[in-house]
Design a protein around this ligand. Structure first.
Ligand code: F6P
Length: 558
């Protein structure tokens, strides 16, 4: 087949397959009646049977609302939809992003030097740019915190969306690896309060601005970069080439903007898949070349797993198929990601873009409207904080929301050696409390609490004037609420790389089943275009031709 032809047309639409009909029948007969408590009673091996080890990530899928028969039908669906062939086409660099005529080869960014693991020949340019970027990062790190002009203390990364969320998430996640004399800040919002709050804390001669934009046309990023440059020159800064670095596919546009020190990448790297490219520069600056290479290696290990593991032992495949089952057959509209790791506090935001910008589509690759639902809503916050916010709804609300627990067995504390033994023991104990909370929440979701149990318990904080039966009804938990658990041994660069790659592939899998292009994002265009029209109207007050609601708001804003 021609490498540049779309691969999707050869496969039937998912809802026209035999497996889809079988899944519908299965859902009607069993799906909505699945009771997790009963499933575990009926099958004492269920936990092991539905758990899986992938590189760096162990997954327990046994508390999801599915059973072995569901999995069998989903694997049939994968075969009928040609998922293995589609995966192979993606990995070898066929045109996966059909509407923009591009490959989606983020996997090539993390392939080892000299290797052509999946048949994609991108290696030399990738490693040349990677080596250049890492050498630059090491040069900055070697003099970080120094007194000489040009020695860097603060890195300000300016970017948005895929040019922000990945680096921001990773730098927070790998806090224990961050250079102790470097502070890394992220500015993304066009709201000037974002950058204005930061600038007074900086010294121009010790600050490096990284302007990250695949297109170098993004309104927010250019606005913040202009403000940063204005501030820099007002502070007496002159050496823009040393204090401003661009990471972009458009090095000429960046140079025209005045950013001449650049690290490039390629149009076959999608924005939300770009943290492995030069967009990852702040990661390399923060954690160093070795840790950055480990991050890539962890992702590559997951790529290999995705490429090589048989369907029924392939974690990204199974998770992507489970997503389809939960969305299209169980009718769950959202999923809640709860990392029990403060360092992963930006992961839910990162996954929101990855999943919802990739799979929030209403037409198939040929532009035909889809009669079935696609992306669910992804949301979440770290545990235990979420427990004191939205877990009430997860336990007793009217919607069933599958919860994804992400656990890290051992904490990584920065500078742990400087803590006293007593302090270290205290932190170890806090980690145990954290893990116990995660286990308890998953247990509570599954088991719930019956009315009889609630009635038999004391409720010391309940009002004495409300009958016990009424209180017991408020204290009843339905249970049978699904969850899954992903477990990392430690939150190392390699484990994080694997975790992110797992989610990238999982997202591709569900998108491939739905027959959509997971690599474009036309849905962000309309608002951008309308903004260009409205911006001058805010100045001029011209509301001619506008709808009444917008016109009224413009008048009030003025
Ligand atoms: O929000 C749309 C989007 O195009 C994202 O896909 C992208 O990650 C982000 O804007 C930033 O784009 P750029 O890197 O070109 O500035």
């Amino acid at each position: 087949m021609n490498r540049h032809e779309p691969t999707s047309g050869r496969w039937p639409r998912c809802d026209r397959t035999v497996a889809w009909s079988a899944l519908q029948g299965h859902a009607e007969a069993h799906g909505h009646a699945l009771d997790l408590r009963q499933l575990f009673t009926d099958d004492p091996d269920r936990a092991q049977r539905l758990s899986l080890q992938a590189p760096e990530v162990w997954a327990d899928l046994s508390r999801a609302h599915w059973d072995v028969a569901t999995r069998r039908h989903l694997l049939d669906l994968a075969r009928e939809c040609g998922l293995e062939a589609r995966r192979d086409a993606l990995l070898r660099g066929d045109i996966a992003n059909v509407t923009e005529g591009r490959a989606a080869l983020h996997t090539a960014l993390r392939a080892p030097k000299g290797a052509v693991p999946f048949g994609a020949h991108m290696g030399e340019q990738v490693h040349a740019e990677l080596d250049r970027m890492l050498a630059f990062a090491e040069g900055i790190r070697a003099r970080a915190g120094g007194d000489q002009p040009g020695d860097i203390h603060d890195i300000v990364h300016i970017g948005i969306g895929g040019s922000d969320l990945g680096p921001q998430m990773v730098v927070a996640a790998l806090a224990a690896w961050v250079h102790p004399r470097l502070r890394v800040h992220f500015v993304s919002n066009v709201d000037g309060q974002d950058i204005a709050a930061l600038l007074p804390r900086l010294k121009a001669q010790h600050t490096l601005f990284v302007v990250a934009s695949k297109t170098f046309t993004t309104q927010e990023t250019l606005a913040n970069a202009r403000t940063a440059r204005q501030w820099f020159t007002e502070q007496g800064g002159t050496d823009i080439a040393r204090h401003f670095v661009g990471t972009t596919t458009q090095v000429t546009t960046a140079a025209a903007f005045g950013v001449t020190t650049t690290f490039g990448f390629w149009d076959w790297v999608g924005g939300r898949f770009s943290m492995w490219s030069s967009i990852g520069l702040p990661i390399a600056l923060a954690v160093g070349a070795d840790a950055f290479r480990e991050l890539l290696a962890g992702a590559h290990a997951m790529d290999r797993h995705f490429a090589d593991a048989p369907l029924d032992a392939n974690l990204p495949m199974l998770l992507g198929l489970l997503d389809v089952w939960q969305r299209n057959f169980m009718g769950y509209r959202s999923r809640c990601v709860v990392p029990y790791s403060q360092n992963l506090h930006r992961l839910p935001a990162y996954l929101q873009q990855l999943v919802m910008e990739s799979n929030g589509k209403g037409v198939d690759v040929d532009g035909q409207p889809l009669p079935y639902a696609t992306s669910d809503v992804v949301w979440g916050e770290p545990g235990t904080n979420g427990q004191h916010a939205f877990f009430q709804m997860l336990h007793q609300g009217s919607d069933v929301v599958p919860v994804e627990f992400i656990l890290v067995r051992q904490p990584s504390h920065r500078d742990a050696e400087v803590f006293s033994p007593a302090l270290r023991a205290s932190l170890v104990q806090q980690h145990q409390v954290l893990l116990a909370n995660a286990l308890a929440q998953a247990q509570a979701l599954m088991h719930g609490k019956t009315f009889e149990q609630a009635l038999s318990e004391a409720a010391p904080t309940a009002s004495p004037v409300v009958p016990c039966e009424v209180i017991a009804r408020h204290r009843t938990f339905p249970g049978n609420r699904p969850s899954l658990t992903l477990l990392l041994d430690r939150l190392t660069p390699s484990a994080l790389g694997a975790l992110v790659a797992l989610h990238e592939h999982r997202t591709f899998v569900s998108g491939a089943v739905w027959g959509i292009n997971s690599f474009d994002q036309w849905g962000v265009e309309l608002g951008k275009a309308l903004c260009q029209d409205l911006l001058p109207r805010l100045d001029s007050g011209d509301v001619s031709g506008l709808d009444a609601a917008t016109a009224q708001l413009i008048t009030r804003l003025r």
